[in-house]
Design a protein around this ligand. Structure first.
Ligand code: PAF
Length: 282
């Protein structure tokens, strides 16, 4: 595995691959890699000749009061893990290299509407930061395939819209959410919880799973189900940000007879914001 820290060096390698007619898969990450990321790497390796994993804690997707400084950074462990997987390049650029003119007036890619809904309503500017950095990574790495986790469901839907609207020649693949035995979705932010908090956080998946079962069994009162799930999170000692039942395809409003749904939740546990979701087919 090659570790590359500059856009210029990465471009040289990518251009050599493209000249040879080889395909490239990209797995964008912010590091602190866990089993969930490694499953995305495996999926990427099945779809292209070369795999690039990027590690970049992107400052433009963190709000001024958010956890950019505390976001877990484990470069040595990450590099060891990736070297053992089928990864050709670990791309870990600096902020200056990614944003050569600085971040304040950097060009943005914004997906209107949905970027301000759900997590975007609570995290102003977050998704503009995500789409803006992923567009840069696509330009730099020229992937034919890019893999993202289903755990960040709204991010996935937004990135698919970006690719569709801007005619970007890249296919977006979703990797299934990896879970602990308790059901808790694996996330880099879990490392900031102690054992008791991790146990409490399992209430998120439990509430989503109960809601999914109720929907599969024909429940129609979507507002009531959202309220019940939110109450279950509160009862477990979490601070609910939202629970929402939406259309799975585009996150638009769901009706009682919508066939493909997604149930999404965001909740705070001991100062850490956790998200999760489950798909429902009816
Ligand atoms: O999901 C993430 O880790 C980040 O939002 C991403 C896609 C790597 C962009 O910084």
């Amino acid at each position: 595995m090659h570790e590359i820290a500059t856009v210029a060096e990465l471009r040289e390698r990518v251009e050599a691959w493209l000249e040879a007619g080889d395909s490239i898969a990209l797995v964008p990450t912010m590091g602190n890699l866990h089993k969930g990321h490694m499953s995305l790497v495996e999926l990427a390796a099945q779809h292209a000749e070369h795999v690039i994993v990027s590690i970049f804690v992107n400052p433009t997707q963190f709000g001024p009061t958010e956890d950019f400084a505390e976001y877990p950074r484990t470069p040595v462990m990450d590099s060891r893990r990736l070297a053992r997987a089928k990864v050709d390049v670990l791309f870990a650029p600096t902020v200056d290299d990614m944003y050569p003119g600085g971040t304040e007036f950097a060009c943005k890619v914004i997906v209107p509407g949905l970027s301000d809904d759900l997590c975007g309503a609570r995290r102003q500017g977050h998704f503009a930061g995500v789409t803006s950095v992923v567009a840069r990574l696509f330009n730099i790495c020229a992937p034919t395939v890019a893999v993202f986790g289903q755990k960040d469901y709204q991010q996935l839907v937004l990135l698919r819209r970006m690719v569709r609207d801007l005619h970007m020649p890249v296919q977006i693949l979703a990797g299934a959410t990896q879970r602990a035995d308790s059901g808790l979705a694996l996330s880099s932010r879990n490392s900031r919880l102690d054992d008791a908090e991790v146990a409490r956080a399992a209430a998120i998946y439990a509430a989503l799973d109960r809601t999914r079962t109720a929907l599969e069994e024909g429940a129609e009162d979507l507002d009531g189900l959202e309220q019940q799930a939110a109450a279950a999170l509160e009862a477990a000692g979490l601070d609910t940000d939202y629970v929402a039942i939406r259309r799975a395809g585009d996150l638009g409003p769901a009706q009682s007879d919508t066939p493909r749904l997604v149930v999404l939740a965001a909740a705070w546990c001991a100062g850490v914001r956790l998200i999760d979701n489950v798909l429902v087919e009816r």
